[in-house]
Design a binder for this molecule. Structure first.
Ligand code: C2O
Ligand code: CU
Length: 473
């Protein structure tokens, strides 16, 4: 549901219009930026909690969410220490960043799990600019559910400054106000369906915040869906909005009416701020509802520059797939019979069936017929496929279930060629939404050696089987 702005031409298949964007800045090794992340419980009364402090798990002291900001060419060294309660193992995955395999943060697969009191040192220079985030990759429903995430911005894609550059982290919280604690992060019913939704919506920890912005200024909104579950249908009411980047990668700007933003997806959206005293709203139209997530209120004298014609961001260094010589593959996403049974575990009969299924195994979802075994401990199953280093793969992703799955690939960025039920222009993405029974074609160059996860980012689906990895060698 997007209309091209005048001047943006839809190219033929495979050309993702990166060519029509300004070139990325020439690569230059810059600073080394050290950061320290200590995962720990730090109770906080976020404004959206309505006065109660809840046992948040965070990476840093201070305001939530933490935002790490570096420039393209910088090398980041991150000292990660695990101080989480309850003997939770942890690790950090730098979502969307094309890191070397050893930096990818998947426990057991590429690094040992970081136990309580242990330290793991990450070091990499992100090859791409854009809006990213990071999170742990263990017991994610709970760890992410408790707020253990951070935003990572890699600057260097703007050809001229914006009047405002705002990070907006959208997510729900499972708040049990009367008890002053979090509610359940996982439920069998949620895992077998669309996930367990939180009961408090928020942007940056605030319920429907109002942000003061300069009248008619040009704003860059960096929207991040950091929810473990909820798929949002984002829209901007009251002004023109143009999408500048998806998952951090620039696209030729196109008008946004609505955008399906699933867990882990990001969108950089340009808007013109309203006139003094007027408000523009960020809304979620998913599931036939209309929920106001945030407002932007014009203040002061106008700094408007007339026509709304946002400059494109600089293109990326992501290699273009060689479609003429691509190797085809198909990945199918399905629910198991067991997953079907848990959908309505209400009657006594169902309960008996569920007991007999031994649901502690919780294998509800598959990729190509295989579940990521929920009871495997630290043993890693064999790869779903082995890819040749340097070759282009063209993959047909088929959702054979009646639920949506945002499928995330590690270490690479897909070129999204075709979506049978969505109408975005060709673009690049590390997380691609598959609507119910949708088929999506993607391609990418397998240029990053190692073992790379491919999984659903509805965390309860990931944790009940919809996860696999491929090997590039
Ligand atoms: Cu953001 Cu493997 O995930
Ligand atoms: Cu899913």
């Amino acid at each position: 549901m997007c209309v091209g702005l005048a001047g943006s031409v839809h190219k033929s298949e495979g050309q993702t219009e990166q060519l029509s964007l300004p070139a990325p800045l020439p690569w230059e090794n810059r600073r080394t930026v050290p950061i320290a992340l200590v995962a720990a419980e730090r109770p906080q009364a976020l404004p959206c909690f309505g006065g109660v402090a809840l046992p948040l798990w965070t990476f840093m002291e201070g305001a939530w969410p933490p935002v790490v900001r570096i420039e393209i060419g910088d090398t980041m060294t991150a000292r990660f220490e695990n101080r989480l309660p309850m003997n939770q193992g942890a690790s950090i995955h730098w979502h969307g960043i094309r890191v070397p395999n050893r930096q990818d943060g998947v426990p057991h697969l590429v690094q040992p799990i970081v136990q309580f009191g242990e330290v793991f040192q990450y070091e990499f220079a992100p090859p791409d600019t854009g809006t990213f985030f990071f999170h742990t990759h263990c017991n994610t429903a709970e760890q992410l559910g408790r707020g253990l995430l951070g935003v990572l911005i890699v600057d260097g894609d703007a050809t001229r400054p914006f009047d405002h550059d705002m990070v907006l982290v959208a997510r729900d919280w499972h708040v049990d106000r009367s008890e002053g604690k979090f509610g359940a992060f996982f439920s069998l019913r949620g895992a077998g369906r669309a996930g367990t939704y939180g009961n408090v919506r928020s942007i940056n920890g605030m319920e429907n915040p109002r942000f003061a912005v300069r009248s008619e200024g040009l704003c860059r909104l960096r929207l991040i869906n950091a929810d473990p579950t909820r798929i949002m249908r984002i829209s901007i009411a009251g002004t023109d909005a143009a999408i500048l980047a998806l998952d951090g990668v620039a696209v030729p700007p196109f008008q946004m009416s609505t955008l399906d933003l699933a867990p882990a997806m990001r969108a950089d959206v340009a808007i013109i701020a309203p006139r003094e005293g007027k408000t523009v709203e960020l809304i979620d139209l998913a599931n036939g509802e209309r929920v106001v997530l945030a407002g932007f209120v014009g203040t002061g004298d106008s700094i408007g520059k007339g026509r709304f014609a946002p400059e494109p961001l600089r293109g990326s260094r992501i290699p273009e797939p060689d479609l003429a010589n691509a190797i085809p593959m198909t990945f199918r996403f399905q629910r198991t019979d067991q997953g079907g049974v848990v959908v309505e575990p209400s009657s006594e009969i169902d309960r008996i069936i569920m007991d007999s299924l031994c649901l502690s195994a919780k294998d509800f979802w598959t990729i190509n017929g295989e579940v990521w075994p929920s009871k495997q401990g630290s043993a890693v199953p064999p790869p779903m496929a082995t890819l040749q280093l340097g070759r282009t793969y063209r993959i047909t992703l088929i959702n054979e279930s009646s639920f949506s799955h945002p499928i995330h690939v590690h270490g690479h960025t897909f070129t999204v060629l075709r979506q049978s039920r969505q109408s975005l222009p060709p673009h690049k993405a590390d997380t691609v939404l598959l609507l119910p029974n949708e088929t999506v074609e993607v391609a990418f160059v397998a240029d990053n050696p190692g073992d790379w996860m491919l999984h659903c980012h509805v965390i309860e689906h990931q944790e009940t089987g919809m996860m696999a990895y491929f090997r590039v060698s």
